[in-house]
Design a binder for this molecule. Sequence first.
Ligand code: M6R
Length: 616
Amino acid sequence: MCGIVAYIGQRRAAPLILDGLQRLEYRGYDSAGIGLMDSAGSFELHRSVGRVAALAESFEAGKISATLGIGHTRWATHGGVTVSNAHPQLSCHGQFLLVHNGVIENFRELRQFLVEREYSFASDTDTEVLVNWIEFCYRQESGVGIGILPQALRKALKGVQGTYGLALLCRDFPGTLLAARNGSPLLIGVGKEEHIVASDAAAIVTHTSQVIYLRDRELALMSGDELQVSTLQAEKVLTQVCAIDWAAEEVQKGPHEHYMHKEIHEQAQAITEALRGHVDERLASTRFGGIEPLAQELRGLHRLIFCACGSAWHACLEAEYLIEHYARIPVEVEYASEFRYRHPPLARHTLVIVVSQSGETLDTLAALAEAKRRGCSVMGITNVIGSSIARETDCGIYQHAGPEMGVASTKAFTSQLCLLAMLAIHLGRLRDLDYDEGLAFLRALRELPQKIEETLRLEQEISELAQRYAAHEQMLFLGRQTLFPIALEGALKLKEIAYVQAQGYPIAEMKHGPIALISEKCPSFIFETQASLFPKTRSNIQEIRARRGKVILVTTPDIPCDAGECEEHVVVPKTHPALQPILAIIPAQFFAYHVALLRGCDVDRPRNLAKSVTVE
Ligand code: M6R
């Protein structure tokens, strides 16, 4: 949530920061700003409401010679969307300029403390409180030389409750950039005589693949091409430079109009990457090197708890069906935001699995911390190498789906579904799942990318269908068993990018309430791929149509649906039951995408949302 880019080096900072902000815009896009410092210590500040493009148009970045600067794209938390609330925020006496992600929870107390000392404020933000608090602490420090700067910042940050990822400039030290993190991601790209600080790799990858991940309660001091990292306790940190495995072109849209469209079409590739190295023909099973440290524990598991948010939570719900069916291990699926404040009994032999595309979702990180505090081993499934979840879990599996830039999750979701199905089979084979069943799954797994390609060819048909439904303001998504999480996910996609009131339900649950919504104004999107259960679904369809509700039905070719039984019939290829949800969701992704386009919505930057939710 919110994107930070800061630069120190030999190049002109302004164009580079603007370019980085544009790549991070999916993290927040209600306002943006940039602050530059010249060699004499003068600040130049540009801020505007709206997209980064509006900021870029408001001044001539290429003409500014400063080689040091900080930038921000905002997702508002404290204070409305106004220029004065945009970052960077300047301290009252003009000594510090700050960009900040996260939430300062004790900002009211700090503000009151500062007001009593004649500090004044021009914005409603907690960030302005923080920059003034830093200035106050700096002014209390005695001493000279650069050391005073990290010293003051440490003191200030120790007095702060909440989360931050920040980049800071000080007028008294013109060639110096500071960065610090606690709970909001921050990494430092290491180039030739330059450093680029950013909230995620997308802003860095076009310049360098070498990065240092800052950890919580660490701060970095960069001057010239030197970098020193230390803790809030002033202990020196030996940094490790890691390589980002994303290619620069992966963060670009290429021929696609939107990231979401690109990412829907990348699903066969993402699944191919998810399979790589995880298929064990000899054992008729799947294997995961990353979870070896827990091999013993996995054999004796009594219970699994999944924690996640949003689409990742839907993927976990799918895992509940599959793991209970194939591995016979009781599974619970918790919203990470609920788990952290509940007090669930966590008996021995319980493993917690957290799933997160970004690896930075604050609620999921908090659930992880709570599970560890309660003595559980925690496994992670995440797409972003080096992310907080990857670093803080005991072991885990990387999705390798490539960067997902669209705010609506698509390829990361299906890659999670695939990995979780593979995990179900892995756990099943560790217990009493039959050898032949394992082999049948592996066979289907190998054919899956090809079947995804076939399903993607439905786009034209679904875009035409979308035209007939784009004007509806409400819709139901209905499915049974493993297609119930798909119904939830289909509804979420339509809700978040097309702003249609869409609800997902188990289909048989419809008659217990949602049926009251059915009318010619509320169509239903129904998933059914189990031939044995189709007679039941057929009855539900009739109940809907008897009330003038229209039906869009997604099935496999073996479902005996007669012409005229529904308004629209979309057929996806047949695959193994554990993998069928992956094919079933694709028509719903296309539907949401095309309905959103027809309704004139900004598909990649839906209102009020951000890709990576790093606040509570
Ligand atoms: O990065 P994460 O997987 O932890 O993100 C979780 C949710 O914020 C995310 O899935 C969100 O619901 C998406 N907008 C769904 O499309």
